[in-house]
Design a protein around this ligand. Structure first.
Ligand code: HEC
Ligand code: HEC
Ligand code: HEC
Ligand code: HEC
Ligand code: HEC
Length: 268
């Protein structure tokens, strides 16, 4: 009765899988897999990946062939190649974290055919956190930013569920508190710069204010760096690419505006 056991597990037997040499399209994956797991498909449909243009679909992550189809998607490279490559802050903030460093050292010893939740991985990769327990909606798994439109408690619970598979609740509470404090300091600097620029807007032409506005754009990227530093637990991004960079931006904006005021005072 061996064959019965195989079928009985989920009614989705291996012999019903498509040939591993035939390239498939996204709609074909969905047609068949929707029968097995409706929630997986609807979670994907609710994610930013499904509404991106072009779509990030089944084939983008799993490949078009029904071969190594799960392990393909579990590898960080799948996410990294499309998320801007190694130098992009999203990726670099992870690779410069302890998790990223460990992953780099140990990835060849992990069994990538195992689901993440079976915890054969000592260090988490992109999918471990963002697609926790196979959740195909990358927008609802780990969240840190309390300014997001999800409820604070739910945000923290979802993230906790991931971190606490490997860390103690106390340690994670401590990190969340520090992370929020760090983000709030960063946002304060942005608010101060915004206020200074608003005041200067009536006094000077857009042309005169151009360098100030360009500095402000850099400043917003540095806020993103702090956000990523906190999310990906990268001290480099919290500090080196984050807070001191924001301090520098604020100083330059202040300096440029007082320079404009001095010049207009001398011209009067
Ligand atoms: C005709 C039905 C059918 C189609 C089409 C199909 N699959 Fe599957 N898929 C299956 C079956 C049956 C299984 C379970 C047996 C197995 O693991 O081979 C499966 C398993 C999987 C798994 C889990 C594998 C594992 O190791 O746990 C993934 C991931 C997957 N399919 C993705 C896809 C993607 C992506 C596509 C489109 C490129 C696709 N499937 C197209 C039937 C299908
Ligand atoms: C083929 C390209 C592609 C692949 C592969 C890909 N992504 Fe994305 N991802 C995108 C795009 C495009 C967006 C939307 C970007 C935006 O709006 O800034 C996105 C957004 C995200 C977001 C932000 C969610 C939100 O609500 O803001 C996360 C997290 C994410 N991806 C994680 C992953 C992970 C983890 C993987 C690998 C398992 C992955 N991505 C694979 C292209 C990709
Ligand atoms: C952003 C990348 C990404 C996209 C898009 C994506 N998947 Fe996945 N998928 C993954 C990852 C990563 C895993 C492994 C999750 C794990 O091990 O917990 C996975 C796991 C699976 C599994 C195995 C689930 C299980 O619990 O065994 C199936 C089946 C699957 N995907 C089908 C699909 C189908 C069908 C689509 C298209 C609607 C799709 N995936 C789109 C990354 C993706
Ligand atoms: C230890 C868990 C973990 C790992 C590993 C991880 N991330 Fe993240 N990621 C987070 C957290 C937490 C955030 C902050 C989310 C927030 O504030 O909304 C985040 C933020 C992001 C964002 C920005 C989402 C937004 O709302 O702006 C993207 C995109 C992203 N990660 C992609 C990746 C990619 C690609 C990888 C692998 C190179 C990766 N992550 C590895 C936990 C992780
Ligand atoms: C799959 C297991 C796993 C998951 C999930 C995980 N971590 Fe880790 N984490 C580790 C390991 C292993 C280390 C390295 C421990 C060491 O340095 O001894 C680590 C290190 C860290 C460090 C650095 C500590 C130091 O001393 O430098 C921080 C901070 C951290 N994790 C936070 C988190 C947060 C926040 C989450 C959830 C978003 C998370 N981790 C999810 C396994 C995990």
């Amino acid at each position: 009765m061996f064959f019965l056991c195989v079928i009985a597990s989920n009614g989705f037997a291996a012999e019903n899988a498509p040939s591993s040499t035939m390239a498939l399209e996204n709609s074909t994956c969905i047609q068949c897999h929707e029968k097995q797991n409706k929630a997986l498909i609807s979670d994907w449909r609710d994610s930013v990946h499904a509404v991106a243009n072009p779509k990030v679909d089944c084939v983008s992550c799993h490949g078009a062939l029904h071969k190594d189809v799960a392990s393909n998607a579990r590898h960080d490279e799948t996410c990294i190649n499309c998320h801007g490559g190694k130098k992009e802050p999203i990726v670099h903030s992870y690779s410069s974290s302890k998790h990223g460093t460990l992953m780099q050292l140990e990835k060849n010893s992990y069994d990538w055919n195992q689901p993440f939740e079976l915890a054969s991985y000592r260090s988490p990769g992109c999918g471990y956190c963002h697609m926790h327990q196979g959740n195909h909606n990358v927008s609802v798994t780990v969240r840190h930013d309390l300014m997001s439109d999800m409820e604070t408690e739910k945000v923290q619970d979802n993230t906790r569920a991931v971190c606490q598979e490997c860390h103690s609740p106390r340690y994670i509470t401590h990190l969340f508190t520090n992370g929020e404090a760090m983000l709030e300091i960063a946002r304060k600097k942005i608010r101060e710069a915004d206020r200074l620029i608003k005041q200067a807007t009536g006094e000077f032409s857009e042309e005169e204010l151009m360098p100030v506005r360009q500095q402000m754009m850099k400043m917003r990227q540095h806020l993103v760096n702090v956000h990523l530093g906190v999310g990906h637990q990268s001290p480099d991004y919290q500090w080196w690419h984050g807070q001191p960079a924001l301090d520098g931006d604020l100083l330059r904006i202040k300096g440029a505006i007082s320079e404009l005021r001095r010049a207009s005072f001398l011209a009067d």
